[in-house]
Design a binder for this molecule. Sequence first.
Ligand code: 3HC
Ligand code: NAI
Length: 709
Amino acid sequence: MSDLVQLTKNQDVAIITINNPPVNALGPGVPEAISQAITEIIQDEGVKAAVLIGAGRTFVAGADIKEFGKITSGQKARGTGLLPLLRQIEDCPKPVVIAIHGMAFGGGLELAMSGHYRVGAPGAQVGQPEVKLGIIPGAGGTQRLPRLAGVAKAVEMCAQGNPVPAREALELGILDRMIDGDLLAGAIAFARTVLEKPAPKTRERNEKLRIPEQHAAIFTAARGLARQKQRGMMAPLAAIDAVEAATRLPFDEGCEVEKKLFNDCLFSDQSKALMHVFFGEREVAKVPDIPKETPIIPVNSVGVVGAGTMGGGIAMVFANAGIPVLLKDADQPALDRGMEVIRKNYASSVKRGRFTQQFVDERLQLIKPVLSYDDFGNVDMVVEAVFEGMPLKKEVFGQLDRVCRPGTILASNTSTLSIDEIASATVRPEAVIGTHFFSPANLMRLLEIVRGKASSKEVIASCMQLSKKLSKVGVLVGNCRGFVGNRMFGPYRREAQFLVEEGANIEAVDQALYDFGMAMGPLATGDLAGLDVGWRIRKEYRHLEKPGARQPLAEDRLCEMGRYGQKTGAGWYKYDENRRAIPDPEVADLLRKWATEAGIPQRKISPQEIVDRCILALVNEGARILEEGIALRAVDIDIIYLNGYGFPAYRGGPMWYADTVGLNRVLDRISEFHRQHGELWEPATLLKRLAQEGATFAEFHQGQDVTAA
Ligand code: 3HC
Ligand code: NAI
């Protein structure tokens, strides 16, 4: 027996323990070793039943995702795979009881369903999350799950990919028994109760499939939901087709359908992109020059300065994680307004069923509104979210420096200002860092953690770790204007405006990018965020623009007319009382007038050009950011764009998308725009270099020769 699987005995019950840390993924060697254990159990006359269990923190989190990349890149799959093993377990003449704690996900649940019985710990979860990786269950999950849980639930689990807690799994029939207390002892005891009974094979349990008259409605509804909620993704629809096959075909033929659909998905660009995202979300937590052993500053209490839009949301983020917050504003009316907004936001979460009233009451207890810094000497971290403006930020940090004890993390939520200059207002710049939350802070997953030149490793490591506790994806970025996300968003939105000034319809621009997969078009996004925000920033930074470079004109003029977007009822679009966007012919007329006055020739613009102009503007700026070391890796940029800017995950992020298109083609297109539209389209040096070397952004590592990487 290998180290990956152990076979032991408790009198007449054999125990197979999977031991492949950290999550017992079914990587090469694991199925083979389980298979060998089953063979030995069949041969051992002293054994009457078997329990299959996971060592460590979980049962089995699925197939080894790293192996899929090897298969799609043409390497031969190692090992025998799962299907023969599952058939062997199901056909085992002695009952096999699967004992689940932690997670039985993907191939883990498929393995569990091949057993004759399943028992679970109360905290266990089961699920088929494959769609989140752009694939579908590939080891009979779409065929066995409807036989255990019924068609409707199987469709939901396979198409949406969300886990089901043990209690529900028991009600559904996925689990046969819940075990309170010691799981292994309970599973062994359960096994002894079923010794004499015929072992049920899941693949032969057809009773839950026999209500075909209900099926059509289930599949139609599921497909409608998938097209709406997982827009553009192929795997959810494939998963539904595969479960439908289970209702129409005998088990083996259903498995054949599943296999074909699985392979179609596995070899698609979407699954490669989504697997890149899976590993990317974990990679961004790793910072090359900050070792894992770096001491962490525990954050058990915080102060938030500024109870406005962001400060209020940030206070909720900490409270939701169970961390008490002092929320400070400059005066009582502002503080009252801030608390009122927090209460309203919580009330609407209760109304929508996201939180219970009790949870909300407890969270509100954790937020203490204050007007002074008196208690700030006791907190572990402060997040400043006052108005944007350097003199005010410096004044606040000067005060924090005086009142906070040594070791307190001093963070700013600034979206445009230099962390180094803010830090210069203190005598402890090593304690200062940027924590750039996105609006609404309580809902958006992204947290850009901005490293100042003096920020200490302890402070950085602590913020990276804290981001997890706050249910955020923390990405470390360098200190520059706009950091990563907003710096790239500038050229993206600039191109959207240029396009309408050159003759494209406002709606056509938004539609082309929505069809590309963006959550919202760039002009509608401007209306949502408030056009005045960018207008104010542009006015402040005008002196930094390249002299003579083309500037968008329409948005500033809309702002001069008081059209700030949704909040004033009009921006690029008009808005009704439900904030629904309505195309406004007045803006279309004005655009033509402004363009004529500015001498901008009008032409017909295709959806492909709209996508290329906007998305490649992101990519070109992203390349500069990478080259300057503002982002550590291309994947960091991708994760920022997926979690903060509505970039479609199935395209992997802007840099991954560029790699998929091919950097040569990207460079050709950008060079064409450079010739047509001038200096703003100067191709990034890194892009030129990588294209010439035939390399990709994903292969680029700062300070290393790409071809050697
Ligand atoms: N394969 C390979 N590596 C995996 C893995 C898997 N299925 N699941 C987790 N890992 C790795 C992670 O990459 C991470 O590695 P790192 O430490 O080097 O970064 C490590 O295990 C720990 O994972 P997390 O940091 O994610 O740990 P958490 O405790 O936060 O989460 C989890 C655990 C919920 C299991 C989460 O890892 C997860 O969702 N994993 C993927 C589950 C999944 O999608 N399973 C289906 C796989 S596809 C399949 O089974 C196809 C089948 O139908 C044939
Ligand atoms: P806001 O105008 O909604 O709130 C600012 C709050 O700070 C007000 O309540 C004000 O009374 C308070 N304040 C001002 N001076 C103070 C002082 N000396 N002490 C205590 N409180 C004081 O502003 P918003 O939008 O919340 O922005 C705050 C910060 O977050 C800014 O730096 C902004 O750039 C940044 N940011 C804003 C985002 C957004 O979408 N609004 C997104 C990300 C960052």
